[in-house]
Write a protein that binds this ligand. Sequence first.
Ligand SMILES: CC(=O)CC(=O)C(=O)O
Ligand SMILES: [Mg+2]
Length: 232
Amino acid sequence: MLHGRTQTFLPTMAVRNISRFWEWGRKIICVGRNYADHAKELKNAIPTEPVLFLKPPSAYVREGSPILVPLYSSNLHHEVELGVVIGKGGTAIPQSAAMEHVAGYALCLDMTARDIQDECKSKGLPWTLAKAFNTSCPVSDFIPKDRIPDPGNVKLWLKVNDQLRQSGCTSQMIFSVPYLISYISEFISLEEGDLILTGTPKGVSAVQEHDELQAGIEDVVTMNFKVERPDH
Ligand SMILES: CC(=O)CC(=O)C(=O)O
Ligand SMILES: [Mg+2]
């Protein structure tokens, strides 16, 4: 007995389910400029090697909770992207074995404070505050691997207040999913529950408080998020 109440013991090992990967606290590795049409719209050079950056697990947000505009930004952009959920960890994974490390996929948004990113770029500073703030990574339900037989041919779209802003296909990616898994794992070991964001096609644009975002992968998943501005 403890202060008049019966003491209970909880099991120390919670059962983790990959279909709730966002609860695992693992890393989010993002690929930038992986679509030539998006690199061109932002007047960036077409990369010859993947451009990588990270988001922390605190960036995750799920349907039912809002995307929060950071107080320091007045130009928050949407970027719709295919997310790859890692099911088996590894280091220096060869491209030929890369798909064995995939558990499934998720539709993701790489929310970006574009004004802050532009400032960081011009000063040669890292993009952390532009890319890694709370709610900067909205994610759909987990998509089991067999629902997407070819991650190199997936149609993605995004609407803001019912207006189509982004529509692209992963066949336009410069670096394929197996190439990205192999490349990233040479430098950053991949762990079960990690998520890779594979880059966005053209059409990124600003969102405002009260906007409603809807995004989808054709015939597979849709998701909806509202944009809000925090009051503190
Ligand atoms: C310029 C960017 O923000 C790169 C990026 O995230 C992308 O998806 O491309
Ligand atoms: Mg992106």
